[in-house]
Design a protein around this ligand. Structure first.
Ligand SMILES: [Fe+2]
Length: 248
């Protein structure tokens, strides 16, 4: 092995062509506020090799009462022509908070849910309290033919490094999505350690930026990603590509 062989790679060197989790649809949640800043971030991503982005605004009626599927779809439709001038391809979906009553609300709007391609549905929980109905919701979604993907499980502080709880959810047919920034310690040392462990054990299905603001894409570009994680990350990048290409 060469003494000069680098021990890390940069984001641009990963085959990260598809982002499956982002808050780039402006003015709808705690993500990007204006179309201009979204376009700037999209341009930076394009220059780093990203070709396709799934927009996943938060869907949580208590916090974002306006974020109904029709409102989000309408907002996307009005901005998509401008966004697509960047050369990037887009799809619209949502990041669904699992709150008390989620299953009932999802049942009412089942044909209208903001799902990812291939009937996948991105779900999330509070970082500090596990949703009491997470297992019921995963069971419900699977029973309707939807395939839950839990966003950034490494960030939930109530899930220990033993990974017992996370494996229980996986056993219920819930997939997991890693946030790139978790690997850089952006959310703290514990989150980083958990993300590395889960990546080593092959527990993730997808990889996302969860981009909320422009400084985060700069931080992603600056990441020093250890070589030892590259094969696992390449697989996730490929899974991202396949997901984007799947039929709705
Ligand atoms: Fe998110």
């Amino acid at each position: 092995m060469s003494l000069f062989r680098r021990k890390t790679v940069k984001f641009k060197e990963l085959p990260f062509r598809t982002d499956v989790h982002s808050h780039l649809l402006p003015g709808v949640d705690d993500g990007f506020k204006t179309g201009e800043t979204s376009l700037s971030a999209i341009e930076i991503m394009r220059n780093a090799g990203v070709e396709r982005i799934i927009l996943t605004p938060h869907v949580f009626p208590e916090l974002y009462p306006d974020n109904t599927p029709s409102f989000i779809r309408g907002r996307f439709a009005s901005l998509a022509p401008e966004f697509e001038k960047t050369g990037m391809k887009f799809r619209i979906a949502g990041e669904h908070m699992i709150y008390e009553g989620f299953e009932e609300d999802a049942e009412k709007s089942r044909s209208d849910l903001l799902v990812l391609p291939d009937n996948m549905i991105l779900i999330e929980m509070s970082y500090v309290f596990e949703s009491l109905n997470i297992k019921d919701s995963i069971f419900y979604l699977n029973s309707t033919g939807l395939r839950p993907v839990l966003a950034h499980p490494e960030r939930y502080i109530y899930y220990s490094k033993s990974l017992h709880d996370i494996r229980t959810l996986m056993d219920m047919d819930c997939r997991l999505q890693l946030n790139l920034l978790s690997l850089g310690g952006f959310y703290g040392r514990m989150v980083k350690a958990k993300a590395e462990l889960m990546l080593e054990k092959g527990l993730y299905s997808y990889l996302g930026t969860d981009l909320h603001r422009i400084s985060q894409i700069d931080a992603i570009r600056e990441l020093d990603i250890p070589w030892k994680y590259v094969p696992a990350l390449e697989k996730l990048c490929e899974a991202n590509d396949n997901l984007f290409d799947s039929a709705v």
